[in-house]
Ligand binder design. Structure first.
Ligand code: DC
Length: 220
């Protein structure tokens, strides 16, 4: 199997780039953030405080998370329910970041991620794919951009969808989540030693896509 690990902070454009590259290569795209989001969503729905470590750990007994693919698109199942839309609610982002700092949550989701990568050529995006989940991935990329550029991209994306959003709030939320994801004790967001760093602050979408495809050609 050929595995591409794509890590980086929130809002760096990982998922849109990953989707485009995976499509071009005929790989499946695995969005691992969706798994942490599903657990965050479960907590919110069941009034479990995502900072209450024991409460979240206890809830894992009642949770089954899985992926399915419909027309090549990843769907996330929470206890057999398709929650792919609900996990994108803004309040789920911080909930996901909170639960993702709990070691038991990370080990709960580990096998599922490794199993997919073992069975299929895939491009997997997340925070710890190159460092922890797939340390032997043939290609590792760390995708980043300045916080301001990432916030502006998210602002434009949401505004284009007709949502009324505030740039400063988006920037503050991104910074808070990055700080938390980078400073947690277990599997923090960090560039793997053998990952290629791509700072996309001054690159177009097509340039980033072409660069990753070129790296793949080199490695395959
Ligand atoms: O990629 P995302 O924004 O959907 O991820 C949501 C949160 O999940 C993110 O703030 C941190 C966590 N996460 C993680 O800890 N490890 C991953 N591989 C993917 C996401």
């Amino acid at each position: 199997m050929f595995n591409i690990a794509l890590d980086g902070p929130g809002g760096a454009g990982k998922s849109s780039i990953a989707k485009a590259v995976a499509k071009e290569l005929g790989f499946i795209y695995v969005d691992t953030g969706a798994l942490y989001r599903a657990i965050g969503l479960y907590s919110l729905r069941n009034a479990i405080d995502t900072k209450d470590i024991d409460g979240v750990i206890n809830s894992l007994k009642s949770i089954n998370v899985d992926f399915t693919y419909v027309d090549g698109e990843q769907k996330v199942l929470l206890n057999n329910d398709d929650v792919s839309t609900d996990i994108r609610l803004p309040e789920v982002s911080m909930a996901a970041s909170n639960v993702s700092a709990i070691p038991e949550v990370r080990s709960f989701l580990l096998d599922l991620q490794r199993k997919i990568a073992n069975e299929k050529d895939c491009l997997m995006d997340g925070r710890d794919i190159g460092t922890v989940i797939l340390p032997n991935a043939q290609l590792k990329i760390f995708l980043t951009a300045s916080a301001e550029v990432r916030a502006k991209r998210r602002f434009d994306e949401l505004t284009a969808k007709g949502q009324e959003v505030n740039y400063d709030e988006i920037l503050k939320d991104l910074n808070e989540r990055d700080y938390q994801d980078t400073h947690r004790e277990i599997a923090p967001l960090k560039q793997a030693d053998d990952a290629v760093l791509l700072d996309t602050s001054d690159m177009t979408f097509d340039e980033v896509k072409a660069k990753i495809l070129a790296l793949y050609e080199e490695r395959k």
